[in-house]
Design a binder for this molecule. Structure first.
Ligand code: NI
Ligand code: MN
Length: 234
């Protein structure tokens, strides 16, 4: 698609997304692989995977961050406390940042933005404070601006994300139950005014009942809702 200007965005089920820039930089967002029932069976991650980006500390967003980072020698970017948590679990290269900050990762400027969601990391020792939930804006050199909302409901300050960064592609959770559903995501689409929406966080588990069709039926036809299967790219 021309809009992406040579950037490839591959949906790997749930909220897991692989971004490959025109320069060839690969970034993996919210790796949920081994226990992700929708992760495409025949898919293998690229050998070169310098960056893993995390939106928040829930298991369905971070459960494979440590093994993947170790295998690919990746740097893991997350909100400060979550980066510390991941670092204590055996990842040597972590980048802690926070909301409003921008970190330049090769040809991608990653800005952490707000989300409305909880964010504790649950392991055998209980629930740990690992910062708050966030979204990520990826401003790609010679490419598009991508927004991955993480887990969130709609909030009116999404207008600020649009005003500041002008994302052309918005990746939004639509499943409901733990995040917004299509009804709320339709208002998010209005606030963000992207050209394309890649729906995330639906259909993975039975409670996540929202569908791309329900979202598409509620928004202006100028905004295209991408309907692809896990493993496919835009
Ligand atoms: Ni979550
Ligand atoms: Mn989630």
């Amino acid at each position: 698609m021309d809009l992406l200007k040579g950037t490839k965005v591959t949906w790997l089920g749930h909220s897991t997304v692989l971004v490959s820039t025109p320069k060839g930089t690969n970034l993996l967002i919210d790796p949920f692989i081994q226990h992700n029932p929708k992760f495409p069976k025949d898919f293998s991650l690229p050998e070169s995977l310098p960056y893993i980006l995390l939106t928040h500390g829930h298991g369905d967003h971070i459960s494979d961050a440590v093994p993947v980072a170790q295998k690919h020698d990746s740097s893991v970017l997350a909100i400060y406390e979550l980066a510390d948590y991941i670092g204590r679990r055996g990842v040597t290269k972590t980048i802690g940042c926070n909301i409003g900050g921008t970190v330049q990762l090769d040809d991608v400027a990653v800005t952490m933005v707000e989300a409305k969601h909880s964010a504790g990391a649950i392991d055998d020792d209980g629930t740990h404070y690992v910062g708050v939930a966030a979204g990520l804006v990826l401003t790609i050199a010679n490419g598009p601006v991508l927004y991955h909302a993480g887990d969130t409901t709609v909030f009116s300050d999404m207008k600020l994300i649009a005003e500041l960064y002008h994302p052309e592609v918005a990746m939004l959770p639509i499943g409901g139950h733990f995040t917004m559903g299509p009804y709320e995501a339709a208002l998010a689409a209005k606030f963000l005014a992207p050209q394309l929406i890649l729906p995330l966080h639906f259909g993975t588990f039975p409670p996540l009942t929202g569908t791309p069709e329900q979202l598409a039926a509620r928004i202006e036809p100028e905004i295209k809702v991408v309907r692809i299967s896990p493993g496919q790219s835009i």
